[in-house]
Each structure stands twice: as structure tokens, then as C-alpha cells.
Design a protein. Sequence first.
Length: 470
Amino acid sequence: MSTDAFVHPDEIRSMFSSAMSDMYRSEVPQYGTLMELVSEINQNKLEADPKLAESLEHNGELERIDLERHGAIRLGKPEELFNMRRLFAVMGMHPVGYYDLSVAGVPVHSTAFRPIDEEALKRNPFRVFTSLLRLELIEDEYLRREAESILAKRNIFTADAIKLIYLAEKNGGLTRIQAEQFVAEALETFRWHSNATVTLETYQKLHDAHRLIADVVCFKGPHINHLTPRTLDIDAVQQDMPKRGITPKAIVEGPPARSCPILLRQTSFKALEERVNFIGDRHDETVGTHTARFGEIEQRGVALTSEGRKLYDTLLAGTRHAVQINAGGSNARDYETELAERFRAFPDDYETLRVEKLAFFRYSPTKAGLNAAKKGDLDPVTAINELVDQGYLRADPIIYEDFLPVSAAGIFQSNLGSDEQKNYSEQSNQDVFEECLGAPVRDELALYAGLEQASLNDALKTLGVRKNVA
């Protein structure tokens, strides 16, 4: 079959993310309210900051803002992760980054499935933060074996979904009819089911070990636990959520508010308490509740280099050592004050971030640069910084497309009961995770470095300047 007959993976991704959004909006009405709030605040921000609007438009970011940015799921066993990788590959999404959340009290390790090509990101940047439960971190051996037994009996994918994944792999794509069926079948994996697969007693035991363990083990599948829109002003969203009847978590995770946003800032509203039917002792049902699904909002900034990340991690660790968020979040203001004070050590203007190689940038020739090149006025060995200073070369921040383990854990903890940060013994194990995945994860820093270098090469070639200038 000709590949022309296949639907492009980017289009399948858009079909799926749209269907997911519609489903989640119907399941969690507050998500719709949140989307309306974010849209309103984004519009106000763009009108108040024309320079930001121009930068987003120049880099093809403006059309992405209104698209849902990411979802999150939690898986229970290796084969689920293996097949989830295959499912996302049909949509042009690949595993990027390894995140060990056990260091912040959440017994999972994770990756993010997302598009990696720049054009694919512009078309639809949908990504899914995907966690695998680490059963070995359950200290109670009997409970651990019981969890393994429960998970062994479930199959989170429909037979037709697996069949269509196989066809996509075998044929190199899906036809229109197959793609539409694939989206419908794949959506079933992410749907909420109010009927648990265990008794209330078993649920409570797992819940007492860790709320997230109960969420992963006790249900038919990995219900999507949140969808996240992107805002341009997360502090405004945090402030206005209560006005819409939404209770936000105590603090915004990530770096403090800055003139030049870096990495990722996240907040969320408290998880819903939902009615659940548990298996009864006599094949009837026992009614209880479960808390897992919530709404999240994110604000994305420039991607940091390895040196930038080292500085970020050092400053964040210092803040968390100085002020531990308590269970009720009553000392949130102390934490935010400490965070802002410590991050004074992190440069807050793009030019310093660029010159000191703390962040990644996308280069492009300016109109003045193109005119100078056309007239032959450019020295072919002009340094990059000089080209920027002269206004011949433009540098725009490359948006961070990934996640932060401490921030992700903070969101999880908040919506599992508190903002308190706990710790397991650090047991990062990327090799085991990749073995379960069936593939290596991509290095996000290498992806950003590649984007920066490719843009620089193209810009210098256009200007007629040598590629190897410092």
C-alpha cells in the first residue's frame, strides 16, 4: 500500500488529543472551567505584552498556546509500558527523558512521550507523562505480592487497539478508517471506570501503603489523571482559580516568577473525590470513594543547558532544605519568599543566559543581517556574539518541552493528599525502566542542543559566515 494512503502521525496525534480533551471535559467539568480561565488570561497577557506576542509568532508558538499541552497516566507493570510505547509511536510520540520520582516520595519512575521533530511540535505538542509503578518500593512483602497478582490479571488495551498498533508497525501507517478506529480504541485505555477491581479492604491496604499505589493497582486501566493547558501567566491563574470555584494547591511548583521564564512552572486544583464501587465479599458491591483526577496548569520558559540545570537544581534544593512545605501548606508564603530570594543568583535576562550558555536559543538572520549579507558587508569570520550585538542575528529562547521530577512529584503529592515532600531511599534505575520500555529514552538536552545548532548553522549559512566561529 502506498504511504500516501496513510494518515500522518501528527494528524493522528491531533485527533487523539482532541478526543481525549472532549472525554476529560465531560468527566471532569472543572477542567472546562479551567480551560476558559486560561484562555482569558492568555489573551489578556498577549494584549498587554506585544513583544511576547511577536516572539511567539516569530517562532511558530502562537498557534500552539490554545492546544492542550500534556496529560499523565500511571502504569502498573512492564508489559503495559512496553505496549504504551508502541501505541504512542503510532501518533509520532517518543519517550524523552527519565524521571525518578521516588526521590520526592512517589514510588514511580517515568518518561514523557512526545513529538521530537520541530515541525511536529509546531503542529501539535501533545505529550503524556507516563509513570511506571515501582512495586519493589512496597516494603510489605505480602502486600507487594498481592499488588503483583492483581495487576497480572488485567489487560489495559482493547484487542482492536493492539491489532491496529500491529498493522501500523507492519504497514508503516494507518489508513483514514483505521486511524479513526485506532483513536476510538486507544481512548478506552484512558477512560475513567467507577468500578474497582478489588474489595474495599484491599484498596484500603494499598491506599495506606501509598495513595498512588491504590490508584494504579485497583482499577481496570490507567485513567488519565489530568490534562494540562499552557498559560502565559500562571500566577494570574493561581490567583483567579478561587474566583471560579476552584481550589488551587498551596504553591506553584518550579522556579519563581521571573521576567524571563525558565523551564516549567506548574500548579493544579485539588483532586476530585469520586464515588467508586468496590467488589463485595458476596459478589455484590461496596460503595466508597477514590481521589486521583485533577486539573493542572503549566507555564513554560526557555530550556536550560546542563550548566543552567545544575544552577537551577542547586538553588531549588537549597530552598527546599531551608523551608519544607508542611502538610497543610500554611507556610507556602515562607517557601515562596525563600525561593525568590535564592533565585536572585540566576540571571534574569535572555542575553546573559545566552552568553553564559545557561539556556538554549534558536538563531535566525534579521532583515538587517540579510541586507548586509546581500551587500557583502559581512566579514565571513564574524563571531556569533558580534553578529547578535550588531543586530544581524536574532536569538529567541527555545521553549522547554519536558518535565521536572521534583515539580511532578509535588503535583502528585498535593493531589494525593498534601504538599508535603517525603523521601524514599534514592534508587534511580534507568536501565530497568528502559528494559521495561523496550527502548532507550531520548536525551532531552541533546535534542535542545541539536535544535540550537541546526538553527545556528542555517542562519550563518544564509549570512555567508563560517559555521565554526565562536
